[in-house]
Design a protein around this ligand. Structure first.
Ligand code: ATP
Ligand code: PAF
Ligand code: BAL
Length: 282
């Protein structure tokens, strides 16, 4: 049975009752679970004795015109999926449980959070870093699991953990895709059928650049042009960014070197904003 913990005091009591030597893994989510999330639960089970998931649609990481109100919240289905994957506990708080009304303390990472999604979603990574540190403090896990689909989020959290000496080991899980290549995302349910039909082009644009890289292309501008040209053919896709970046610092590159690189994109299909990425090289 997955134990449902709705309050901080319930969570603390559950945490304190765990055996002293038990390795605890945390999988933070915003719910509307899919196979990408479940792969993180499975990964957590391979590292840990006890696994706790959280479902919290964190208001602090949504901009004023973003989809906080309409974000999907199929909670009964989510609980059944967590039960089926053998998750030991679920932290399921209301916003008032997480944030005091006069909350005035935030976590701000000032390098890897700045470009890409950080530049386009002001305050987003401040919201993510703040809630993730709170979840770490509340849960005190040994390991925490995050999906590579949100590559910049992983980079921000890894930097925060390093800089603030947070005693949690971060583990990244691989991107889980639909059969046609579309990265699984809770926001895919927003796509209308015609948008869903063209959505795999995002992944195809990454694959096109990867093929050029495999054929010897190392110029970042050339790789970006190849990826962008795939999406430019489709008027239903509005690219926000399509970039070649250093894998850990997320700094722009001119040439892809021995460390490889991250290909990262964000695009709108109608009102739905999707992200995807691909690692090239070692
Ligand atoms: N396709 C995927 N493969 C692997 N991990 C994923 C995938 N999608 C999401 N995750 C990871 O699951 C965790 C929770 O993410 P979240 O609940 O925001 O889901 P999401 O599908 O990314 O939703 P959104 O549409 O809001 O981006 C994050 O660490 C995220 O990177
Ligand atoms: C890490 C996270 C749960 C923080 O709210 C969220 O950003 C997500 O689901 O990726
Ligand atoms: N998966 C990242 C959460 C967000 O887009 O707000």
């Amino acid at each position: 049975m997955t134990k449902i913990l709705r309050t901080i005091s319930e969570l603390r009591a559950w945490r304190n009752a765990l055996p002293a030597g038990a390795r605890l893994g945390l999988v933070p989510t915003m719910g509307a679970l899919h196979e990408g999330h479940i792969s993180l639960m499975d990964l957590a089970h391979t590292h840990c004795d006890t696994v706790i998931a959280s479902i919290f649609v964190n208001p602090l990481q949504f901009g004023p015109t973003e989809d906080l109100a309409r974000y999907p919240r199929p909670i009964e289905r989510d609980i059944a999926l967590l039960e089926a994957s053998g998750v030991d506990a679920l932290f399921l708080p209301e916003p008032a449980e997480v944030y005091p009304a006069d909350n005035s303390t935030y976590v701000i990472e000032e390098a890897v959070s700045l470009p890409l999604c950080g530049a386009l979603r002001p305050g987003h990574f401040r919201g993510v870093a703040t809630v993730v540190l709170k979840l770490f403090n509340l849960t005190q896990p040994h390991f925490a699991f995050f999906g590579q689909k949100d590559a910049q989020q992983c980079a921000v959290i890894e930097r925060m953990v390093r800089d603030l000496n947070v005693p949690v080991e971060i583990v990244r899980g691989a991107i889980v895709r639909e059969e046609d290549g579309l990265a699984m995302s809770s926001r895919n349910v927003y796509l209308e059928p015609a948008q869903r039909a063209i959505a795999p082009l995002l992944y195809q644009s990454l694959l096109a650049a990867s093929e050029a890289y495999d054929a010897g292309e190392r110029g970042a501008g050339k790789l970006e042009a190849i990826g962008r040209s795939i999406l430019a053919r489709e008027p239903g896709i509005a690219v926000q960014y399509w970039e070649v970046r250093d894998r850990s610092s997320l700094a722009p590159l001119e040439t892809v070197g021995a460390n490889g690189c991250l290909l990262a994109l964000a695009a709108y299909l109608g009102n739905t904003r999707l992200i995807d990425n691909f690692i090239l090289g070692a």
